[in-house]
Design a protein around this ligand. Structure first.
Ligand code: KG4
Length: 333
């Protein structure tokens, strides 16, 4: 079954053709990062306009690279949330039109379900049940994936996402947007214990996380040092921030595995590209007898292929949308 999948929830326009949920025939992506970098973050209005400009040409490219014609497509899939509402609406409307014009079913896909499904593309043997640690620019959560379309959130951030925390701290340090990767590069050789940064404890569900206290503490530390004219050890600050983010994520993922009895953990989302967090997860999973799946870096960020993968399983579960499909800035997984 060939699915033509669209993704435009943030600052990447992406169109892919995926076969049977597991094989990527094409994965065309146009990143807007350079456009938003001069503003230090994504400007929603500009994101929407850029999606509109790119989506038709990217669709032609995705079909050509897959070597299929429009008539060869069996279904159309699209991310319908969560994300920037104006940005989401571009692909939702385009996909609705495509499905209508081609006379094919339309499959709505949750963005984070897509991030989790990126692992199906990289690891043919991977099947639910497993736990997923979803860590992106907009979300941070631990999800119990009981089946391909049966998911429960075990813990989530109460405030900022892990990627947002990296991005905001990087911005104060004058690093380019998005700051996660530049901050990782800066952290190389730094001492992760040099700066004492807070670790959050959420009342109630102790699998919930929080990153806003860490973000504020790091930003204040930089401002105070600047006001006093003190030099900061920037690699060590970046390493200390990364260690604090990792401490927020890795022990909670292990605790979730212990409580649920799941023996497989998959990582998903842009922050899963971070080498320190990947290393910490590898170590913790080895110690706890958990099999870890880390998606290759190219599948960690937003892409259309992951949407095409999840769409296949949504289709098998009978999920369909019609031309009344809307986009949602917030959406339960
Ligand atoms: O999953 P993603 O591409 O988009 C969303 O759906 O949010 O994630 C983007 C986030 C950004 O916050 C970016 O700074 C972060 O992922 N990121 C990283 C790294 N690469 C990307 N964070 C830490 N280390 C990295 N190497």
């Amino acid at each position: 079954m060939l699915i033509l999948a669209f993704e435009s929830s943030c600052d990447e326009t992406a169109v892919a053709v995926v076969k049977d949920g597991r094989t990527v025939l094409s994965d065309a992506i146009l990143s807007q990062v350079d456009v938003h970098a001069i503003y230090g973050g994504v400007v929603p209005e500009i994101a929407s306009r850029k999606h509109v400009e790119a989506i038709a040409a990217l669709t032609d490219r995705a079909l050509a690279e897959a070597g299929v014609t429009r008539d060869g497509i069996d279904a159309v899939a699209v991310t319908y949330g969560p994300g920037l509402i104006g940005a989401l609406l571009v692909a939702v409307n385009f996909a609705k039109s495509a499905a209508l014009a081609l006379g094919k079913p339309l499959i709505p896909v949750h963005h984070l379900r897509g991030h989790i499904a990126a692992n199906y593309l990289a690891f043919p043997e991977l099947e639910p049940p497993f736990l997923a640690l979803c860590i992106s620019g907009g979300n941070s959560m631990i999800v119990d994936v009981a089946g391909y379309t049966d998911m429960t959130i075990l813990g989530a951030t109460r405030d900022d996402a892990a990627g947002e925390c990296f991005d905001k701290i990087a911005r104060v340090l004058g690093l380019p947007y998005p700051g996660g990767k530049p901050l990782e590069d800066l952290s190389q050789g730094g001492d992760p214990e040099k700066y004492a940064l807070p670790r959050a404890k959420a009342a109630g569900n102790d699998l919930d996380m929080s990153f806003s206290g860490l973000k504020t503490a790091a930003v204040n530390l930089v401002h105070n040092a600047r006001q006093k004219g003190e030099a900061l050890d920037l690699p060590s600050l970046a390493a200390s921030v990364t260690a604090a983010v990792s401490d927020e994520l890795v022990p909670r993922a292990m605790e979730a595995a212990k409580r649920t009895g799941r023996k497989i953990l998959v990582a998903a989302g842009g922050v899963a590209a971070n080498r320190t967090i990947r290393g910490d997860l590898e170590r913790a999973c080895r110690e706890n007898g958990i099999t870890l799946y880390l998606p290759p870096l190219r599948l960690c960020g937003d892409n259309g292929a992951m949407i095409g993968s999840q769409a296949y399983y949504e289709y098998l579960a009978g999920v369909r949308a019609d031309s009344s499909l809307n986009a949602f800035a917030n959406l339960e997984i």
